[in-house]
Design a protein around this ligand. Structure first.
Ligand SMILES: NC(=O)c1ccc[n+]([C@@H]2O[C@H](COP(=O)([O-])OP(=O)(O)OC[C@H]3O[C@@H](n4cnc5c(N)ncnc54)[C@H](O)[C@@H]3O)[C@@H](O)[C@H]2O)c1
Length: 259
């Protein structure tokens, strides 16, 4: 229960879904965690639930000014930032001709610019300490693609590429940057109709796990990459997707599950 003992972490988009699971697990493992989100009520409630080592900060990841304020607050209180999880993200399911230019800009602004502004703002302080871990939440859609998700896929491929470029530039300065590629996790973003878990699972039968994933299954991957245990991981892309990007079954051929 002390894999992150003494560490200070910022987790963006932590008022909901995977971010909230990551915040909870990091606190359990001894970190001081800043839950940074635009959903103030949910973020405050989570911080209260998690106790003294959790704090809520309002942060719109697309705002340079709000990032500066957030980082100043964390540095003021702790003197350092050991871990940044760039998790905040949005999605819109629509065919590419139905996706407005404004939709596309908004998706890229939150999912790509949010990661880049956050990384630039936090890395300055990590460089001073010659240590740090940045974990970027990309997607299975950053390893492959899907229909109705053109801008989202582009944004998540950008996060994957940016992760590797920053891993090079920051790695020799003591900072590790890695990406996680979740797929089919039961959160408000993916399960927008809030259907039962049994029904949500049905969409993932073509893949090896044969079910959706739980936010905590991604949180454990973030814990590993954030911790000193992952000291040799730099620019790594870790799929947590139930095998979605490994392939799919041909049900008429051997080796497929019984239907
Ligand atoms: N759920 C999945 O299956 C899945 C799969 C692959 C990748 N992802 C990625 O995982 C991340 C977390 O998503 P989730 O599924 O937990 O969704 P979620 O909707 O439960 O959580 C996303 C959080 O991001 C916050 N957010 C949105 N815009 C923001 C902004 N401008 N500034 C700050 N916070 C903002 C939201 O308020 C919310 O709390 C996202 O980057 C998403 O793209 C999700």
């Amino acid at each position: 229960m002390s894999r992150l003992k003494g560490k200070t972490a910022i987790v963006t988009g932590a008022a909901s879904g995977m971010g909230s699971a990551i915040a909870k697990l990091f606190v359990e493992e001894g970190a001081t965690v800043y839950i940074a989100d635009i959903q103030d009520d949910a973020g405050e409630a989570l911080a209260n639930e998690l106790g003294n080592e959790a704090h809520y900060l309002h942060l719109d990841v697309t705002s340079v000014e709000e990032w500066e304020e957030c980082v100043a607050t964390v540095i003021g209180a702790n003197g350092k930032i050991d871990i940044l999880v760039n998790n905040a993200g949005i999605i819109k399911f629509a065919g590419l001709l139905d996706l407005s230019i404004e939709d596309i800009r908004t998706i890229l602004d939150v999912n790509v610019m949010g990661v880049m502004i956050g990384t630039k703002t936090v890395a300055k302080h990590m460089i001073e300490k010659k240590a740090g871990s940045i974990v970027n939440i990309s997607s299975a859609d950053g390893l492959s693609t899907a229909n109705a998700l053109s801008a989202y896929c582009a944004s998540k491929w950008a996060v994957r590429g940016y992760t590797k470029a920053t891993a090079l530039e920051l790695g020799h300065l003591g900072i590790r940057v890695n990406s996680i590629h979740p797929g089919g996790i039961d959160t408000p973003l993916a399960n927008q109709m809030n259907v039962s878990r049994e029904m949500f699972d049905q969409g993932f039968k073509p893949y090896p796990a044969q079910r959706a994933g739980d936010p905590m299954e991604v949180a454990y991957a973030a814990l590993y990459l954030a911790s000193d245990e992952a000291g040799y991981c730099m620019g790594t892309e870790l799929a947590v997707d139930g095998g979605m990007t490994a392939g799919h079954y041909y049900h008429n051929l051997p080796g497929a599950p019984a239907q």
